[in-house]
Design a protein around this ligand. Structure first.
Ligand code: AMP
Ligand code: ZN
Length: 461
């Protein structure tokens, strides 16, 4: 399996630390508001990564943090005059609902920052002992980046022209260097706080991820993923803290997903172009159409969201489902009697290999999707083999396509009988009777369409 490693800016073969296992940390949401479809694009990419590792028979342990203490959460709780814990639990619940709608598989662990304060403080103490941390004039504890020689390796900071030592704003005077970042924020009036050897306060955002990943995956693990905006400073700082504290390599592969844009612009509140999954649902759009749209662009390319492109994804997904239903109908009605020959099996094996190659090439979902279409439209395989293949593909694509055909497989006998009866009437040109049978079939939730190849029966979706 080949992955593009942001640490080396090259495609590399994935070599697990422990044979047959993959440790994966994916930065999760700060639960102060609804997630938007940009965030969801990143979570879909990470889900595909997880599924691709599973396709390669790795036992995956995925850890996705929930940041449940942060400036924005506190601000929101002040605005709403409510407890910050309430804000966190409200929005994390909504986050999980969105994941479910998008067929995003559950991570093994969803650690919450506030449950790991002790572990964060342990890390900070270690950093302090090794000279990586110091207390600023404001009482907060900072990470001294000049002490960590590899600082900037992930984000290629030397190319970014941020001058070390430059002060950028007045409140930065608390620190030795403008780029030093906070590990522990000194307590402020009316804010939640925890006791610590450095005085009362709360953790900085970056230390949360270092502590939660190390606790759940160990000091050294395989893959760390997130959206491209996290490369700097978040992931850069995580590396500095973790490697500074443990004295060893933190993560082997960093994968960073590109952004979702809206009408060519960044999704942001000020431009009022933030969409949530519920905005799509309000327009009657199946959330999985958004997943289809996301799969159609490689995770390392920017994806420009437009309603037109989503509409095209809605149609494509509908057509894909309908094709599958059509094929299951043929099988259920005993119309497709073609048996799989040895040549068919060989061809199916060849296509499955092509699918795996597409996915194994740094998660090539666009190629995988077009292979699904080719399998349906341009191969001489029988319906059974096609459905088997698509069901295999869907283990990675996660579009619920296996479900589509499974549901059809359970087509009630009653429907089957009515279809047969109607077909007889039609052949004998008893059209009034055929029409009334069609109505009965429709009442049972199925539609019938007469095609050159016989009746096409589709469960209404
Ligand atoms: P946040 O809650 O802001 O930390 O973001 C959660 C995840 O969504 C992170 O992995 C971000 O990198 C990612 N993300 C934020 N905005 C976008 C966007 N417009 N497109 C894709 N991913 C994004
Ligand atoms: Zn993180």
């Amino acid at each position: 399996m080949i992955l593009y490693n942001f640490l080396t800016r090259r495609k590399e073969r994935f070599k697990p630390i422990k044979p047959g296992r993959a440790g994966l940390y994916t930065c999760g949401p700060t639960v102060y508001d609804y997630v938007h479809i940009g965030n969801l694009r990143t979570y879909i990419f990470e889900d595909v990564l997880r599924r691709a590792l599973e396709l390669n028979k790795y036992k995956v342990k995925q850890v996705t943090n929930i940041t449940d203490i942060d400036d924005k959460i506190i601000r929101k709780s002040e605005d709403e005059k409510t407890d910050y814990k309430k804000i966190g639990s409200r929005y994390s619940k909504l986050f999980f609902e969105d994941l479910k709608k998008l067929n995003i598989k559950k991570a093994e662990v969803y650690p919450r920052a506030t449950k790991y304060i002790g572990e964060m403080l342990k890390l900070i103490t270690k950093l302090d002992k090794k000279g990586y941390a110091y207390k600023g004039e404001d009482g907060s504890v900072y990470f001294r980046i000049s002490r960590f020689k590899d600082y900037g390796r992930l984000s290629e900071l030397d190319k970014r022209e941020i001058k070390s030592g430059a002060r950028t704003s007045s409140d930065e005077y608390q620190k030795e260097d403008a780029q030093d970042f906070v590990l522990w924020k000194a307590r402020k009036p009316k804010e939640p706080f925890w006791p610590s050897p450095y005085g009362e306060g709360r953790p900085g955002w970056h230390i949360e991820c270092s502590a939660m990943s190390i606790e759940n995956l160990g000091e050294y693990f395989d893959i760390h993923a997130g959206g491209i905006d996290l490369v700097f400073p978040h992931h850069e700082n995580e590396i500095a803290q973790s490697e500074g504290a443990t004295g060893r390599k933190f993560v082997n592969y960093f994968l960073e997903g590109e952004h979702l844009l809206v009408d060519g612009q960044k999704m942001s509140k000020s431009l009022r172009n933030i969409y949530r999954l519920s905005d799509l649902e309000e327009r009657g759009i199946d959330p999985l159409a958004f997943r289809y749209l996301a799969l159609g662009t490689h995770y390392r390319a920017k994806l420009n969201f437009t309603w037109e492109s989503l509409e095209a994804a809605v149609n494509a997904l509908h057509n894909l489902r309908t094709s599958l239903l059509r094929m299951s109908a043929e099988i259920a009605l005993g119309e497709n009697k073609k048996r799989s020959s040895a040549a068919d099996k060989k061809e199916a094996g060849r296509i499955l290999k092509m699918f795996k190659e597409a996915i194994d090439d740094d998660l090539g979902t666009p190629a995988a999707l077009s292979l699904a279409w080719k399998t349906i439209n341009d191969t001489g395989l029988n319906s059974k083999e096609k459905i088997k293949l698509i069901t295999e593909f869907d283990k990675v694509l996660g579009l619920g396509l296996g479900e589509t055909t499974k549901k059809y497989g359970k087509m009630p006998v009653k429907v089957k009988q009515l279809v047969m009866e109607r077909e007889k009437s039609r052949v004998h040109k008893q059209f009034i009777q055929a029409d009334s049978l069609r109505k009965k079939i429709e009442q049972l939730g199925y539609t019938v369409e007469d095609t050159g190849r016989g009746p096409l029966v589709v469960r209404k979706i």
